[in-house]
Design a binder for this molecule. Structure first.
Ligand code: PEP
Length: 254
């Protein structure tokens, strides 16, 4: 059986004092017995070390939101996978739609990032998802297939089995409008079919696929109860300590 994951993506929020308050709230309020649910907090880079120190609990992981596609050297402003590993970061988000939209990043880039992370034993959380226009044109399956094939299909069986995929329809991110459980379930099944075709049924059934896009305490139960949804990547609601811990509690009780 696949485990559930609740991951928080803080994006470019908040300022230092607020970040420390939120980390302390999470340390004190995330239930200690959340077996079956892994928790990953992804704050901005500058808070990673502090987050590791404050969340000094074996059961709460800290992840990055991005990583360089270069190994090391003269790449001003970049943070490498090896640097993340050197401070014991185990996860990073790769390919978030905001990286695609505002920074022009493409699958070729994501593929390099994924390879470098795997070399450092960092688990990539690879995000895919269609825009509203693409969904309105009925192109969502084609779009997600391209995002998956171009960034992941060069991975070996062993490597693909280590990836987490997050289906995040762009029209649902930060809009308050989540995909319906059926819409999300359909896409998760489609992604599993792609992995089964390219790799095999065992890998496809084992791979963790998160849903992201306006997940809140009020809709988490119906989304996380779907058979192919293995938890969530949570943006806005992960900045609210109470809301985020409620979502964790919901995941624990499914
Ligand atoms: C995200 O940024 O990954 C996300 C899903 O955001 P939100 O939950 O705010 O829609």
């Amino acid at each position: 059986m696949r485990k559930k994951i609740v991951a928080g993506n803080w994006k470019m929020n908040p300022n230092y004092d607020e970040a420390i308050d939120l980390l302390n709230f999470l340390k004190d309020n995330i239930p200690t017995d959340h077996s079956g649910v892994d928790i990953i907090i992804c704050p901005p880079f500058i808070y990673l070390i502090e987050a590791k120190k404050i969340l000094n609990r074996q059961d709460i992981y800290v992840g990055a939101q991005n990583v360089s596609s270069f190994t090391n050297g003269a790449y001003t402003g970049e943070i490498s996978a090896a640097m993340l590993k050197s401070i014991n970061i185990n996860y990073t988000i790769i390919g978030h739609s905001e990286r695609r939209q505002y920074f022009g990043e493409k699958e070729e880039n994501f593929s390099k990032k994924i390879k470098l992370c795997l070399q450092e034993h960092i688990t990539p959380i690879y995000c895919v998802g269609e825009t509203l226009e693409q969904r309105n044109n009925g192109e969502q399956l084609k779009v997600v297939e391209k995002q998956i094939s171009e960034a992941l299909y060069n991975l070996s069986d062993d490597e693909i089995a280590k990836i987490i995929i997050a289906y995040e329809p762009v029209w649902a991110i930060g809009t308050g409008v989540n995909a319906t459980p059926d819409q999300a379930q359909q896409m998760h099944v489609f992604i599993r079919e792609l992995i089964a075709k390219k790799y095999n049924q065992t890998i496809s059934q084992g791979i963790i696929i998160l849903y992201g896009g306006s997940v809140k305490a009020s809709n988490a139960k119906e989304l996380f109860s779907m058979p192919d949804i293995d938890g969530g990547l949570i943006g806005g609601a992960s900045l609210k300590g109470k809301e985020f811990t409620s979502i964790i509690n919901i995941a624990m009780n499914i």
